[in-house]
Design a binder for this molecule. Structure first.
Ligand SMILES: *[C@@H]1O[C@H](CO)[C@@H](O)[C@H](O)[C@H]1NC(C)=O
Ligand SMILES: *[C@@H]1O[C@H](CO)[C@@H](O)[C@H](O)[C@H]1NC(C)=O
Length: 497
């Protein structure tokens, strides 16, 4: 809290220094509207202006704090006289559990809207390995039961957390937990299931440790997103109205224990499964409404990879799908591994294919060709070129790499007669990209439109050259658009010619 803010607040609240304070004569609800235009700490400082102002800020329905002093925050929450529709506390900077526990119960009593806690302390990234030292010292926070809150979003920089042993989150519709380590005897699954979260519609868990067993049974959930639940071994989801489920790298990390799952989501429309799947211990019920499927396949690796088995299981089990997203991933060093694409012999009948290539600087022509050959009926194709490998930033293709060996795609014919629209994302203009696109134009004889979006690392002069070159691959009947990023916003690129 800087002294400057106090001055500003005082000036704004007391605009006529001549003495006549017309502002203070206004009714409470008007003063609250004025305070809502200030930042919360400034609004709180208005309480020093005069008696009239002392309690006005306590009528604020929204409070936002950064780097709060825990006792001050507790007193502020206790003094707040109206139901809060939003409480945001940011900049916790690795605060110990004890300090958050000072004020969190007061927040639970007040809040009837959204709770957002943000702690993006530096150690969150440093302790990536396995819940290391510093975060242990912060202790574990027991989440109070927020009986009236409608949404809770906690991003706690790897803080220990335990679910409340009892109580009903009667109005909660959205829960998002990120950067937490579960502790204690109470199961998160029980706390988020119907009896205790009867209105919960969206559940997002990301970068969570210590959840060995997660069992959710909910009649209200529509979306369940589980990402990086390190150490998850057993997952059960019984959710009759869930439409969207994603399971991303939850079971991968521990290959010594067999993952167990029982998932019953009969109304599912959108499934993202980027994880292991073992049919002998994991059970997925019927999903007859599935419209979107996303999954991952490792192009080179050892025979029998768990995530590849999962991918093959999904793509062979689903006969027809509207949108199929396939992530084709490479490791950086592949020379001692096998080319695994031949294992993929069948794909669902699909209209719209999205290929995401985590190929680094490897050649990706062969694996893309392999997939396209199995999808002769696609109308729409999106190709996204990621210039790195899964989990790595190093993009180089080592010397003498075998990635270019299967070269049938350079000569063999392919007819993609139904293909009308192509979208290229993250285009950088590498030789691999150019050679592949040139081939794609010859395969897609009925192509009507192509949109190419450049990655923002491509220089303006290079962009111009590349646009020119791509136009030489095209045909007059094809409408070709280019996009570039300006301040992270995608805009149409107007090349002069
Ligand atoms: C999976 O869950 C369903 C629904 O709760 C249950 O009926 C079934 O027995 C379970 N299957 C396994 C293999 O645990
Ligand atoms: C461009 O590529 C880099 C590195 O692969 C990536 O981090 C970045 O998000 C990309 N830019 C856009 C606009 O997608």
């Amino acid at each position: 809290m800087g002294p400057g803010g106090e001055e500003t607040a005082a000036k704004r609240a007391n605009p006529s220094p001549a003495g006549e304070d017309r502002l203070s004569a206004l009714p409470d609800d008007v003063l609250v509207l004025i305070l809502l235009r200030l930042r919360t700490p400034e609004a709180v400082w208005t309480s020093v202006l005069s008696r009239r102002w002392r309690s006005v800020w306590g009528l604020l329905p929204e409070l936002r704090f950064s780097y709060p002093e825990p006792h001050g925050l507790r007193d502020a929450l206790a003094a707040s006289a109206v139901p809060l529709r939003c409480l945001l506390v940011g900049g916790l900077r690795g605060a110990p559990a004890e300090s958050i526990a000072t004020w969190l119960p007061a927040a639970a009593r007040r809040l009837s809207g959204d709770l957002i806690l943000l702690d993006k302390g530096p150690e969150r990234y440093a302790s990536g390995g396995g819940g290391g030292g510093e975060s242990e010292e912060r202790g574990a926070l027991e989440l109070p039961c927020f009986e009236k809150a409608t949404s809770i979003s906690l991003d706690l920089g790897c803080l220990g957390l335990s679910a409340p042993p009892a109580g009903v989150f009667a109005r909660l519709t959205e829960l998002s937990l990120s950067g937490v380590r579960f502790h204690g005897p109470y199961e998160l699954g029980g706390a988020v299931s119907s009896p205790r979260c009867p209105c919960l519609q969206k559940l997002t868990l990301q970068d969570v440790q210590g959840l060995d067993n997660l069992a959710i049974s909910s009649d209200s959930l529509k979306l369940v997103a589980l990402k990086h639940l390190r150490g998850l071994r057993k997952l059960a989801v019984v959710a009759p109205v869930v439409k969207e489920l994603s399971v991303v790298r939850c079971f991968f990390c521990d290959r010594t224990r067999q993952p167990v799952a029982n998932i019953s989501v009969p109304q599912l429309e959108l499934l993202t499964w980027v994880d292991a799947y073992d049919p002998s211990s994991m059970h997925l019920g019927k999903m007859e409404n599935l419209k979107w499927l996303s999954t991952i396949f490792l192009v080179y690796g050892r025979e029998g990879l768990a995530q590849n088995r999962a991918c093959l299981m999904f793509v062979s089990r689903v006969k027809v799908i509207k949108h199929l997203t396939l992530i084709l991933a490479y490791l950086q060093k592949i020379n001692s591994y096998q080319y695994l694409m031949e294992d993929m012999t069948i794909l669902p009948d699909t209209m719209s294919l999205h290929l995401i290539l985590y190929a680094g600087r490897h050649s990706f022509g062969a694996c893309s060709f392999h997939i396209l050959r199995m999808c002769p009926g696609i109308k729409r194709l999106i190709m996204e070129f990621c210039d790195y490998f899964i989990g790595k930033t190093q993009a180089e293709c080592p010397q003498g790499c075998i990635c270019g060996q299967p070269s049938n795609w350079k000569t063999e014919e392919l007819k993609l007669n139904c293909l009308r629209e192509v979208e290229i994302r993250q285009f950088r203009g590498s030789d691999h990209e150019l050679v592949f696109l040139k081939r794609l134009f010859t395969w897609a004889t009925g192509l009507k439109r192509i949109a190419v979006a450049f990655n923002d690392s491509v220089a303006e002069s290079t962009t111009k050259e590349l646009c020119k070159m791509l136009r030489t691959f095209s045909r007059p009947e094809i409408c070709m658009d280019f996009y570039v990023y300006q301040n992270k916003v995608k805009v149409l690129y107007a090349s002069e010619d």
